[in-house]
Design a protein around this ligand. Structure first.
Ligand SMILES: Cc1cc2nc3c(=O)[nH]c(=O)nc-3n(C[C@H](O)[C@H](O)[C@H](O)COP(=O)(O)OP(=O)(O)OC[C@H]3O[C@@H](n4cnc5c(N)ncnc54)[C@H](O)[C@@H]3O)c2cc1C
Length: 396
């Protein structure tokens, strides 16, 4: 049986980019994706920082629209019109985006096996055996190493000695046909989506995606949000129905094992503030492929040889993931009154210039900490011991 260097399980952005980089580095790679078509029916808004295109070699043809402005609306209906000094984000269609990544991986020499569900992986002394199902028939492949890029699906982690992130939040999204919504709108404030926030983002051709993340029951929260902000919206007429999907929160405990590592959402490479995982997944793919190529060259594929990957990506993202996590916790504990005070402050107290100056779509910890260091913001949390203790932990 032909031996692959690397079997990538999961053909989302993280798995495809890892396969592309490994193939470009000369490795023999195959991606196993259970969907019949890459990127089909992904529950995702596709809102990404503009740097995704320049940093990771993703062609700009995947961009639907770019945005320099956004509207932020509080629960009570107050709003801020935010304008960034330069375009800061873009919306992509995930089927097209993932399809183009798959094309690049293929062009570099990777095989893409769609409609192939990996059911089991057995690790032995000289390699791995991948047991999959395609068109109802068993498929078996051998590889020297496996990359787990299965997103939120955690069924194979234990088999490979990997420990996925413990926590999740709930995501919900619908796509609607309606003209007139020109800029992304973010709906904030504790009652809007407890523990999270909601959004509407124009997705091209007179369509927009309305979604939210929350700690609570997502359907109830979504219905409440629609009733309040889009009372005339007919969800039955959606171009894409209301769908729900959990999102990983926090770093995975163990992302390397013997002949295996996890990348992307399977490793917890997801922003804890917004639930966005495309950028960190592509970034993680870069870290993983460097370490794997080196390990393949040395023919040393045990967890000790792969551990630089875990050290490197955690060193790169730990601060982002933990600051985002604690900031969202603090946000979720705020009363509506406290939040409205904060919102009023944002309208008047130099918070917007601070975001314009220091804000970065994907590396947010700097601006979050600067915000909490502002005396007027810290004042809002004062007197609430549980919250100030957490704030201290954040700042020190
Ligand atoms: C409502 C919602 C909105 C979102 N909006 C955004 C956004 O605007 N911007 C952003 O950056 N992120 C967003 N995200 C998060 C983003 O979608 C994910 O973080 C991202 O897709 C993770 O990429 P990935 O490659 O790690 O995993 P995925 O994209 O989930 O890919 C994993 C792939 O593995 C396949 N798979 C799983 N198990 C197997 C198996 N056993 N065998 C074969 N194949 C398998 C799956 O079919 C899937 O295609 C959103 C999430 C939700 C729920």
């Amino acid at each position: 049986m032909e031996f692959l260097d690397v079997a990538v399980i999961g053909g989302g952005p993280a798995g495809l980019q890892t396969a592309r980089l490994l193939a470009e580095g000369g490795a023999r790679v195959a991606v196993f994706e259970k969907k019949q078509e890459i990127g089909r029916d992904v529950v995702c808004t596709g809102f990404v920082g503009c740097e995704v295109f320049s940093e990771f070699g993703v062609p700009a043809e995947t961009i639907g629209s770019e945005f320099q402005e956004a509207k932020i609306v509080s629960f009570s209906g107050r709003s801020i019109h935010y304008r960034h000094p330069v375009p800061f984000a873009a919306v992509v269609d995930r089927q097209r985006f993932d399809g183009i990544l798959a094309g690049l991986a293929k062009k570099a020499g990777a095989e893409i096996e769609t409609g192939t569900t990996v059911r089991d992986v057995a690790v032995s002394r000289d390699g791995l055996t991948i047991e999959a199902i395609r068109d109802g028939r068993p498929v078996r492949r051998r590889a020297r190493l496996a990359v787990l890029a299965t997103g939120i699906d955690r069924r194979l982690h234990a088999k490979l000695g990997l420990i996925p992130p413990k926590r999740t939040v709930h995501g919900a999204q619908v796509e609607i046909q309606e003209e007139g919504i020109a800029i992304p709108t973010i709906y904030v404030g504790p009652p809007t989506a407890p523990g999270g926030f909601a959004w509407s983002v124009p997705s091209g051709k007179g369509r927009f995606r309305v979604g939210l993340i929350t700690d609570k029951h997502p359907q109830k929260v979504f219905e409440g949000f629609i009733a309040r902000h889009y009372p005339r919206l007919d969800l039955n007429g959606a171009v894409r129905r209301l769908e729900f999907k959990p999102i990983s929160q926090g770093m995975a405990k163990t992302t390397v094992g013997n002949r295996a590592l996890a990348v992307g959402e399977a490793a917890g490479q997801v922003k804890t503030t917004t639930g966005g995982g495309i950028y960190y997944g592509l970034w993680g793919a870069g870290q993983a492929s460097e370490v794997i190529l080196d390990a393949l060259k040395k023919d040393s594929l045990g967890s000790a040889s792969l551990s630089p990957y875990e050290r490197r990506w955690k060193a790169g993202l730990r601060r982002e993931i933990s600051v985002g996590f604690y900031a969202r916790k603090l946000y979720s504990w705020m009363s509506e009154g406290q939040f409205e005070t904060l919102f009023a402050l944002a309208q008047s107290d130099g918070i917007i210039p601070l975001i314009q100056r220091e804000g970065h779509f994907d590396w947010q910890s700097g601006v979050i900490l600067s915000l909490f260091r502002k005396a007027a913001v810290a004042e809002i949390f004062k007197g609430l011991s549980r919250k100030t203790a957490l704030l201290d932990r954040l700042l020190n």
